[in-house]
Structures are given as C-alpha cells and as structure tokens.
Design a protein. Structure first.
Length: 94
C-alpha cells in the first residue's frame, strides 16, 4: 500500500521565514535552558532555595521552561500564519 498526502502540496513560499524564525527561537530557548543547566552545575544547592509559594527554584524554573515552550509555540504559529497570509495577499495582487 502506497501512502501519499490527501492533498497535493506545493513548495511553501514561507519556508525560509519559518526556518529562520524557528532557529532563532530554538537558540533563545537553548540559552534559557543552558541557564538552568548552568545553575545545576555551578551551584546545585541554589536550586533548593524557596522562590515563592513554598516552591523551590528547580520546580519554578522547570515549569517556567515548559510554559516558555508553549508560549513560544503559540508565538511561532502566529508569526508563521501572519507571514503566510502576507505572502498569499502579495501573490493575489500580482
């Protein structure tokens, strides 16, 4: 059985934009994550310090990383949709 996409897909004119945006967002997230790793390497006891509501830095930073990833995914989607619409409108004018 040969599986193909249900709809024929052409080249994505926004792929370059999406790639650049994705790489920059990945580098930003990697930098924030590297901060988490650096704290664990340099001063692991700092992760045990209470930040707020009785939660230590490790838990707060960890949940922060998860929330940051979700927010960045929404931002990425929003920017990509905006660029696709801009390019579609530009193609419609020609």
């Amino acid at each position: 059985m040969f599986h193909e996409p249900a709809a024929k897909q052409d080249r994505d004119p926004a792929s370059g934009y999406k790639t650049r945006l994705g790489v920059w967002m990945f580098l930003f997230y990697a930098l924030v994550y590297a901060g988490f790793v650096a704290i664990n390497l340099i001063s692991p006891t700092a992760m045990n310090s209470i930040v707020f509501w009785g939660l230590n830095l490790a838990v707060v930073y960890g949940f922060g990383l998860i929330v940051l990833a979700l927010v960045m995914a929404l931002i990425y989607n929003g920017f990509c949709v905006r660029e696709e619409r801009r390019l579609a409108a530009h193609d419609g004018e020609v």
